[in-house]
Design a protein around this ligand. Structure first.
Ligand code: NAD
Length: 350
């Protein structure tokens, strides 16, 4: 296998692997390890070019640094991408080679699940490196992160209600949820249990019907979710959904959901701020999963109680961000970045 460094300013290490035998073509970006080893998922994607893959891995790894800093996971930020079509290139040899590639960084990068990568894929990677996280409980891992992510978002959503409406009470609160997959459906369950009135949208009609039958929530068409007369909008599906087209439709006064990169561009954070819509920054409110995984590394083995206690501190981080946002009159999205940067600066100087 040929491993080559790609120098990138602002990143600790970026490396490329090419392995003709297994067909592996992959990149790993270690953005920052000031606060601990760089943990971030492994993504497999049909990129149009290596440049496109590089842009993706750089953006994602930096995002992980900020996310882990604000969540106080004791981890840094990294990410890896494997170039190719998952339907065609997946093989035992490829994942074993990826494990050797990860191992060559000596623990600076720890991998986890991401788009198009499954737990069985990671189990193969694990045979050639120990720097793999998020495996099943039976294998000593922290298991499926989604319920933990959803729990953190639920707590963050309540904190946002307390900040905006003066009470975290959800009884009678109107909430719309876009996407009811692994995390969205769990969020819906918790909201309904607390007496919230819930609207949902999802192209997966089976999932929608099962929640309608189970919890009496109301289903709406995809585009109708933005303009509903609700208190809270919880995006739990796609990125970039807060944009020039959707923001003017919003009646919700709080945005608190699971989905990553929901702001189409940074200026949409300003747009929400100007409209006095309270935004719970995505990478802060959705950190429950990474917090859960981080417990694998710091507590001498996974301990659910420790993980839950840490997840319960997500609302403290959000309150700190909204306070910065109010005091400095800047959008919450910007305040979150400032907080992450100040935590990193403190880490560097200590
Ligand atoms: P998932 O794939 O289980 O569910 C996503 C759901 O969104 C699916 O049911 C899908 O049908 C639906 N969907 C797709 N397009 C839609 C649309 N236009 N309108 C409404 N619904 C649509 O994913 P998940 O694990 O629940 O994660 C949801 C989002 O949160 C993703 O963006 C993910 O990257 C992010 N996230 C997840 C976690 C986690 O722990 N699972 C952690 C952090 C961030």
């Amino acid at each position: 296998m040929e491993i080559t460094d790609i120098p990138v300013e602002g990143y600790e290490r970026v490396v490329r692997a090419r392995d003709p035998e297994s067909g592996l073509h992959a990149l790993i970006a270690v953005h920052d390890t000031t606060l601990g080893p760089a943990l971030g998922g492994m993504r497999m994607w049909t990129y149009a070019s290596e440049d496109e893959a590089l842009t993706d891995v750089l953006r994602l790894s930096k995002g992980m640094t900020y996310k882990s800093a604000v969540a106080h996971t004791g981890l840094g930020g990294g990410k890896s991408v494997i170039l190719g079509d998952p339907k065609q290139i997946k093989s035992e040899a490829l994942f074993l080679a990826m494990g050797r590639f990860i191992d060559s960084l000596g623990g600076k990068y720890i991998t986890a699940e991401d788009v198009n990568i499954t737990v069985p894929d990671l189990e193969t990677v694990r045979r050639s490196t120990r720097y793999v996280s998020g495996l099943s409980r039976e294998d000593g891992g922290s298991g499926n992160p989604s319920p933990y992510t959803a729990y953190g978002v639920f707590l963050g959503l309540k904190a946002a209600c307390a900040w905006k409406f003066g009470t975290e009470e959800l009884k009678g609160r109107k909430v719309s949820v876009q996407g009811v997959g692994a995390t969205g459906s769990e969020l819906v369950r918790r909201l309904v249990e607390q007496g919230a009135e819930v609207w949902i949208s999802d192209p997966n009609s089976e999932r929608v019907q099962s929640l309608v039958d189970r919890y009496g929530v109301t289903a709406v068409e995809a585009d109708a979710i933005y303009g509903l007369d609700v208190d809270v909008f919880a995006p739990c599906a796609l990125g970039a959904i807060l944009n020039d087209k959707t923001i003017p439709q919003l009646k919700a006064k709080v945005i608190a959901g699971v989905a990553n990169n929901v702001l189409h561009e940074p200026r949409h954070g300003h747009e929400l701020f100007q409209r006095e819509i309270l935004y719970a920054p995505d990478y802060v409110i959705n950190a429950g999963g990474i917090i859960n995984v981080s417990v694998e590394f710091h507590e001498g083995g996974y301990d659910q109680d420790v993980a839950l206690k840490k997840i319960e501190r997500i609302d403290d981080a959000l309150q700190e961000i909204w306070k910065i946002s109010e005091e400095q009159k800047i959008p919450a999205s910007e305040a979150a970045d400032h907080l992450a940067e100040s935590i990193l600066a403190e880490g560097r100087s200590s």
